[in-house]
Design a protein around this ligand. Structure first.
Ligand code: ADP
Ligand code: ZN
Length: 722
């Protein structure tokens, strides 16, 4: 017997299978999708079995070992891998690798042990055992067996120290069983709510789509009860004997949602997200592939969960950036979802208060089914929103909090309500400059200034992580005249503590939540009103449901408007709507204050009026005029090298080649230097292709990609966007 083995090697161009012979003692263990250990050159490597051949004309070496007892790649995953490779122009091995938890990747050093738990079982019937033992403390242990066959050893040793004796006397024996490391903490039990008539209508529409490969766009304003609709649909799925796959953007949204899910569907859920340890992820994965759970909730990569018989795929907050993977293979979870919906004949439900323009455009063209849910479930009105002109405030010496926002915060604090403040910039000060000689701290590897972080007393680059300790004097002129400008979350925290000395304040950003569990702790403490004000980056804007929050302040609305990217308006609109949606969700009426230097900005005024369709029309017009998605597809090519001249020269060559090859209707822009031109000492050039229908394009790009694999000093990255 011969097998084809796909081996993952760092060099992209070794993305092919190799034929190996199977020694007769291993033949019985061979199955497609399992991992094997093979000799490769002078090394021993892991690979996936992708094919079984009865014979081979090639003189092959023998495999050394079969690693798995069950295939780690199912047929479905093998198929999705091939699909991903085509879609993203990545290597097949990278595609399989991205689907699997670390413990199951075909890479050395990824072994993660199963956790074993020790149990006690009786070696003789309970009656006989009780007769034999007169000792009070030993009997206590035996009594645990009255209605159980096995007892956790830990449990028994807590109540009595006689366990050892019982084992020695051959009345009890130890057995070891695999255990799962992750447990959802919640013990509460929840019930499905009765849907409001508007929710019922939305639900019915989607319900009719079961068993069909249809995409539904649930456009539900914040607090409209999208999650309740998910619950009802999932319940239906379970009743049909099917499973449900639920994607959420990232941890910031998962923990509260997971609790809500586990209250409704206890025992039935596996959770997959980046905050789990490798061991926990491995365990969750096994629960799923053994069919022990039928609901999976997780972030982007959970789209690959080995669930069988899927009845619905839900993508909550479908507009979120986090559904797109930034590193290779640069896939979008929605593309994988569509593929799986084809395989399982099940619907996809996209939920959002601010759907992406592409999704809405598809819904309006009836490519997707549009399901509106434009009222809050509990009859609460959407928060009122006010725009404050910061030009005036700066003149009046209120550069951080406007007078208006400060007054409102005091008012809420007096009423014992809670406040959320959004400042999308971490660190303390964003620019460090010497007022004597003009020196500014910049990253030596990147084209950017360093940010001062007070908690670690360091100056850091937010791109490459370069870090130096804070200095008291200017490194250039040695004068004591360094100034710290620009507002980050740490400085805001200090400022708030100063002006609201009796308020309890908590900061949430990537730095304050880097320890495992710290994020959940902040959320929990805030919802128990241990804090009055929570300030933070966009982490606080999504999904969170705090009943006592009645005011949301957005400190620098302009920051995201000014990012040089065609989606900056859309992203700003999303971020601000999401953040506003945190206000007044339960008993109180919500208020939102947006601070800006551009009070007449159209996008901000759409946010103020919570008018999605006004924004949609405005932005679609711009996209049409400028030929951007959803009117045109985009391909970004990034050409990177440590050698500036080389990167530039290759970029020009690529442009020339593309121009000669692709459809004349397609537009090629560039090469230009990228927004972040220099990162980690590597220079970045960009070429942008806009196209509508271009049959030749994919083939041309593939060829180009292959040509570049042999270059050592320049890399080419190709990324699709729609
Ligand atoms: P969304 O996900 O659209 O932001 P949620 O599902 O979180 O909205 O619902 C917002 C709030 O309204 C939650 O506290 C939820 O429990 C409540 N809610 C939603 N639907 C109903 C309903 N049919 N009956 C009672 N309360 C509801
Ligand atoms: Zn840097």
């Amino acid at each position: 017997m011969y097998i084809e083995v796909l081996i993952e090697i760092k060099n992209k161009h070794v993305d092919k299978t190799f034929t190996y012979m199977v020694p007769s003692n291993l033949v019985m263990e061979i199955e497609i999708g399992k991992r094997v250990l093979v000799p490769f050159g002078h090394q021993t490597l892991e690979g996936y079995i992708t094919n079984i051949l009865p014979s081979s004309s090639i003189d092959s070496r023998e495999i050394l070992e079969v690693i798995d007892s069950e295939p780690v790649l199912t047929n479905e995953m093998l198929e999705i891998g091939v699909f991903l490779k085509e879609k993203t122009l990545s290597s097949l091995s990278a595609c399989y690798s991205v689907m699997l938890p670390r413990a199951l990747k075909a890479k050395k050093g990824t072994e993660i042990k199963k956790k074993l738990e020790t149990y006690l079982v009786l070696m003789i019937p309970l009656e006989a055992a009780l007769k034999k033992c007169k000792n009070e403390s030993q009997r206590k242990v035996l009594e645990l067996f009255f209605n159980r066959d096995k007892i956790l050893k830990k449990e028994a040793t807590i109540i009595s120290s006689s366990v050892k004796t019982l084992i020695k006397n051959e009345i009890l024996k130890e057995v070891f069983e695999e255990a799962y490391r992750y447990k959802i903490a919640s013990h509460l039990k929840g019930e499905l709510k009765k849907l409001t008539s508007l929710q019922q209508e939305a639900y019915q529409k989607i319900y009719q789509g079961f068993y069909k490969e249809r995409v539904f766009l649930l456009h539900g304003v914040t607090g409209s009860g999208k999650t309740e609709i998910y619950f009802h649909l999932i319940k239906d799925c379970l009743n049909m004997g099917k499973s449900a796959l639920v994607l959420v953007p990232e941890i910031s949204i998962t923990s509260q949602l997971v609790h809500r899910f586990s209250e409704i569907f206890p025992e039935n859920i596996a959770v997959l997200h980046s905050n789990l340890s490798d061991g926990e992820k491995y365990d969750e994965w096994r629960k799923i592939s053994r069919g022990e759970v039928n609901i999976v909730i997780g972030a982007r990569s959970a789209i690959f969960a080995p669930l069988q018989n899927i009845g619905i795929i839900i993508m909550d907050e479908e507009h979120s950036d986090s559904y797109k993977q930034e590193s290779n293979p640069k896939y979008h979870a929605l593309d994988v979802a569509k593929k799986r919906s084809e395989i399982h004949h099940c619907p996809i439900l996209l939920g959002s208060a601010t759907p992406t323009l592409s999704s809405m455009a598809r819904a309006l063209k009836q490519v997707y089914t549009y399901v509106p849910l434009l009222e809050r479930a509990n009859g609460k009105v959407l928060p009122t929103c006010e725009i404050v002109d910061m030009t005036e405030e700066v003149a009046q010496r209120h550069p951080i909090l406007s007078r208006e926002l400060e007054c409102r915060i005091i008012e809420k604090l007096n009423k014992k309500e809670q406040v959320l403040l959004l400042l999308n910039r971490r660190g303390h000060s964003t620019t460090i400059t010497c007022s004597n000689c003009g020196f500014t701290y910049r990253c030596p590897h990147c084209d950017i200034s360093l940010t001062y972080h007070k908690s670690s007393n360091t100056n850091r680059c937010h791109y490459c992580g370069y870090t130096v300790f804070k200095e008291e004097t200017c490194p250039k002129c040695k004068e004591d005249s360094l100034n710290y400008y620009g507002l980050g979350t740490e400085k805001l925290e200090d400022y708030l503590n100063e002006i609201f000395p009796t308020a309890k304040i908590v900061r949430m950003d990537r730095d304050s939540t880097s320890n495992k569990g710290s994020y959940e702790k902040i959320i929990q403490d805030f919802s128990m009103h241990k804090y009055d004000i929570m300030l933070g980056t966009q982490m606080i804007s999504k999904g969170l449901d705090f009943p006592l929050v009645s005011l949301v302040g957005i400190l620098n609305a302009d920051a995201s408007l000014n990012i040089p990217e065609f989606k900056s308006n859309e992203k700003t609109f999303d971020l601000l709507c999401q953040a506003s949606g945190r206000a007044g969700r339960k008993s109180t009426t919500g208020e939102v204050i947006i601070q800006t230097f551009y009070p007449n900005n159209f996008v901000l005024n759409c946010v103020k009026n919570q008018d999605y369709f006004k924004f949609y029309k405005f932005e679609m017009n711009i996209r049409k005029t400028l030929k951007y998605p959803p009117f045109y597809y985009l391909v970004h090519l990034s050409i990177k090298s440590k050698d500036y001249e080389l990167a530039k020269m290759e970029s020009l060559k690529i442009k020339k080649y593309l121009s000669s090859q692709i459809d004349s209707e397609s537009i090629i822009l560039g090469p230009t230097t990228a927004n972040m031109f220099l990162v980690n000492k590597v220079y970045h050039f960009e070429i942008l292709i806009k196209y509508r229908f271009d049959k030749k394009l994919l083939k041309v790009l593939k060829e180009l990609d292959e040509q570049f694999l042999i270059y050592k000093n320049v890399t080419l990255d190709i990324e699709f966007e729609e």
